[in-house]
Write a protein of this length. Structure first.
Lengths: 364, 543
């Protein structure tokens, strides 16, 4: 009996703490949005949660969302670091995807635009693709931390030129890689029932989390993003840290390019990762991260990315036509952004305080 | 007495100006002479009072400004100089008192009102548009027009005329930022003067200028003075005040100390009036201050001919020994902070050498200094000390972690252990170690930063204003901590605006004036008159 009451006493404050941290946490908002999307689907699309196995692959709406969001998740991870460290954005991620895929396709196909034979080892081609992404990151990082150009302007260069560079690499053609092994990375490894995109994005997510938690990178990035002068005086090299954020972002964009081209079975410089930079920025914002730099939450960004994809998939499931999709999406985003703005939050807080103080005065 | 004397003097003043000058512009002269009934001073502030929540910023302050004089407004931090100027220019409404122009009471409720009455201000940071031309800046908002369109030719001609009149060598059609800060400042003054300016306020105009540029600015100021403009010159450089000003008004803690003719106020007296501290009896010191004990010892830190550039701190020599507290005194802006920043590498040294325990140390950035066992608590806690959004724990371990490097991350357990240890040691009041530092009080934030540096186990600590803006209790704790650290064999460089605080802790005092190290006072010399005399510099009595 006494044991029970003790337990009860212990539970109450614990609940209070959980409630309090839920209210103050940056994650709460993005989780709430995701929850709304899910509930909406329970009501309108009962088949939303069905999962079946077709052609040896787990399929259904949810696996689709996880699959289709995977490129955005990978790109968003890099974007999160860049935003946190510099307070600016990298808008070149889409074109960098195309460049990385271009290098990979060039090595695999040689001079041919359609072939079943790998001209170089697949692993080597992937490595060179990632290296291409890293080089783009080095270029962006040099412009920002070396020449002190605003991140958006610096990355505007590759945003503008990137797809053209990719076309130069692929000799202006869409490269079709017909060797079925090419599709392992972006579709399915024979015998594995889960789409490889889901596996790869999860592995990359884990790697990035480990990188920020096992080394001091996470702390350094936040410190530099919050206060550059303090950082310098405690011995941090803010230029190197910003540079590193851009290189990591470039490598991750490269990885997304490789996965994306593999899903399509081809390298199309004009299409691959089209418009993904804006979705990635939106995902970071939805995740409750400050776009001015400083504190960041990887979990928030990832949830943000999945939320964006869930909204798209939900709208399709509700038979919204593709040409109407962006209007609906824009409307939902406006609601989300307004609801997460500080002004709106402050109003809600004051309102709830009023209600609360009324209760108190009645009680008194 | 004083007032009577002024009134006697003043008619003479005006007469002198009218008769003795073929150079003054006719408009000005006419104005002055025609207003013959007016008795100077022509701008009078009487009994000005201004309070902010919890602070009495100005208390019954009188201020008089005559036409055609340069009047220095001097005082230390928090004396009320800028509040007084802001009341005069309508930025703040005053609580009590009145302002009169030529004897007529005026109400100034906004900066527009001030402009209307001919009062203009030029701030330390130039308030112009760098991307416009000189002429556009001069006439912004009141461009000469013909038929509704801006008459560019006329504007450039008028600008050229104005610049020539004031002997400013600038091309009206050049972009503003193609000129140095000094010229930009003069252009700002030209703009202010052009709007029917009778009174000009210059708020620390010289703090980012070099000696040559200051000279040019002074030429312009004298010229305006000859034209009959009354100038309020806010500065913390004693030499400049003596060079250019006719009169000095000193404020301290929001009160008027007095108004003085420059010739009748020796430097030493001025410094004493500004600082105002009666230095207390030093016998209660419990520090071993016998400096002979350092004889033959290798200094922990020795700077030879070190400098971080002419505009920051002139080359200096300094030795600091193990277990010693050295304090740095001097007026605001005298270069105390710049000196220690040069040692730490916060400002890059451009010449000289630094030796740590007798060995040459090359310090290019703060991390190099940290690796040599230095620590630096900066003057501006908010801008250079704290990471506002990070937790107390992260704020404490950040310097140690930076020293360890990217790959050798402290474990969570170690971090928590260190944070708990120092929270207890320094008695930091925080809800828990994960609380963001921004929600702590100023004193506790400062303790967190002290904890950050103590954790790196430094041998030589630089503390720049560690007690500024924090409560009295914490101040005493920090003073005690400094003595304790010295007792443990650490060397401490201690800067404070409070003289008695430094005297209570230090064994030696370095004195700075106008960005130069001008003296080093030993234990025996640490008394009021010596300190004040060294701060004030050249003794006027002997001239």
């Amino acid at each position: 009996m006494s044991n029970f009451s003790n337990g009860n006493k212990a539970i109450k404050p614990a609940l209070k703490i959980i409630a309090k941290s839920l209210l103050s946490s940056r994650l709460t908002f993005s989780l709430a949005v995701l929850l709304v999307v899910v509930v909406q689907n329970i009501i309108t699309t009962p088949t939303f949660f069905n999962i079946s196995i077709t052609n040896g692959l787990i399929s259904g709406y949810i696996p689709d969302i996880l699959d289709e969001a995977s490129l955005l998740v990978i790109v968003t991870l890099g974007m999160t670091l860049v935003i946190a460290a510099t307070g600016g954005v990298d808008i070149s991620v889409g074109p960098v995807m195309a460049i990385a895929a271009g290098f990979c396709g060039l090595l695999l196909n040689g001079a041919e635009y359609r072939t079943e034979v790998f001209h170089s080892p697949y692993i080597l081609a992937l490595f060179v693709g990632l290296l291409g992404g890293a080089l783009c990151g080095v270029f962006n990082g040099f412009l920002v931390s070396g020449l002190k150009i605003q991140p958006m302007i610096a990355t505007l260069i590759l945003f503008t030129a990137g797809r053209s560079i990719s076309k130069q690499i692929t000799h202006g053609q869409t490269i079709y890689v017909m060797n079925p092994v090419f599709k392992w990375l972006g579709v399915q490894i024979p015998g594995v029932p889960i789409r490889t995109t889901i596996i790869v994005s999860t592995i990359i997510l884990i790697l990035v989390v480990l990188l920020t938690k096992l080394t001091s990178l996470g702390l350094y990035v936040q410190s530099v993003g919050i206060n550059g002068s303090s950082s310098r005086l405690v011995g941090l090299n803010s230029r190197a840290i910003k540079f590193m954020a851009f290189v990591i972002c470039g490598i991750l964009a490269g990885a997304a390019g490789l996965v994306g081209s593999s899903s399509l079975g081809s390298v199309n410089s004009g299409e691959l990762g089209w418009g993904i930079e804006m979705d990635a920025i939106l995902a970071v914002a939805l995740g409750g991260n400050m776009l001015g730099g400083g504190k960041f939450s990887i979990a928030g960004s990832v949830i943000g990315a999945y939320t964006i994809q869930a909204i798209t998939t939900t709208l399709y499931a509700m038979n919204v036509r593709a040409d109407q999709l962006s209007v609906f999406k824009a409307f939902i985003i406006i609601v989300i952004i307004v609801a997460s703005s500080d002004v709106f939050k402050g109003k809600i807080k004051r309102l709830s305080l009023k209600v609360f103080s009324k209760n108190v005065s009645v009680g008194g | 007495m004083d007032i009577a004397k002024h009134e006697q003097n003043s008619p003479g003043c005006i007469g002198e100006q009218c008769s003795g000058s073929g150079t003054t512009s006719p408009g000005c002269m006419g104005e002055q002479c025609s207003g013959s009934g007016t008795t100077s001073p022509s701008l009078t502030m009487t009994g000005i009072g201004k309070s902010f929540p919890g602070v009495r910023a100005l208390n019954n302050v009188d201020f008089k400004l005559r036409r055609g004089e340069i009047h220095a407004l001097m005082g230390e931090n928090g004396a009320g100089k800028s509040t007084l100027v802001k009341v005069l220019t309508g930025v703040y409404p005053m609580d009590e008192g009145s302002v009169r122009l030529d004897g007529n009471p005026v109400a100034i409720h906004s900066t527009q009102d001030a402009q209307k009455h001919g009062i203009s201000t030029v701030y330390q940071e130039v308030n112009l548009c760098w991307n416009l031309t000189v002429a556009e800046n001069l006439f912004l908002g009141r461009e000469p027009r013909t038929m509704g369109f801006i008459d560019w030719g006329k504007m450039n001609r008028k600008a050229a005329g104005l610049l020539q009149e004031l002997k400013i060598s600038a091309d009206p059609t050049a972009q503003l930022d193609s000129y140095s800060i000094a010229i930009q400042q003069m252009i700002a003054i030209a703009r202010a003067v052009n709007t029917e300016c009778k009174f000009l306020i210059l708020d620390e105009p010289t703090s980012s200028l070099d000696a040559d540029e200051v000279k040019k600015l002074f030429t312009l100021m004298s010229q305006l003075k000859d034209n009959g403009v009354g100038i309020i010159f806010i500065t913390h450089f004693l030499e400049q005040a003596y060079e250019i000003c006719d009169r000095i008004t000193v404020l301290r803690n929001g009160e008027l100390v007095g108004e003085y003719e420059v010739e009748n106020l020796p430097r030493l007296e001025l410094v004493t009036k500004m600082m105002g501290k009666e230095i207390e009896n030093l016998s209660d010191l419990n520090v071993d201050k016998d400096e002979s004990r350092f004889e033959g010892e290798v200094p922990v830190m020795e700077a030879r001919d070190l400098s971080s550039g002419a505009s920051k701190v002139a080359p200096f020599d300094l030795k600091m020994y193990k277990g010693e507290v050295v304090s740095f005194s001097g007026l605001l802006g005298s270069g105390r902070s710049e000196l220690v920043r040069a040692i730490y590498g916060a400002d890059k040294a451009v010449q000289g050498q630094l030796f740590i325990k007798g060995k040459r140390a090359r310090i290019k950035k703060p991390l190099d200094a940290m690796k040599q066992g230095m620590a630096y608590l900066p003057e501006d806690r908010k801008a250079e000390g704290i990471f506002a959004d990070l937790s107390v724990r992260e704020n404490i371990i950040i310097a140690l972690q930076a020293k360890h490097g990217l790959l050798k991350r402290l474990t969570r357990k170690e971090m928590e252990k260190y944070a708990d240890e120092y929270i207890k040691l320094l008695n930091i009041k925080t809800a828990n170690i994960e609380t963001p530092i921004k929600s702590l009080s100023g004193g506790n934030q400062q303790k967190v930063i002290l904890a950050r540096w103590l954790l790196t186990n430094p041998e030589f600590m630089i503390l720049d204003e560690p007690t500024r803006g924090i409560d009295v209790g914490t101040k005493t704790e920090i003073q005690k901590l400094i003595l304790k650290l010295a007792g443990e064999g650490k060397s401490v460089a201690f800067i404070s605006s409070e003289m008695d605080e430094m005297l209570r802790t230090c064994s030696r005092m370095v004195v700075m004036r106008d960005r130069c190290k001008v003296g080093e006072l030993t234990q025996a010399e640490l008394n009021q008159s010596t300190i004040m005399r060294t701060i004030a510099g050249r003794e006027d009595g002997n001239e």
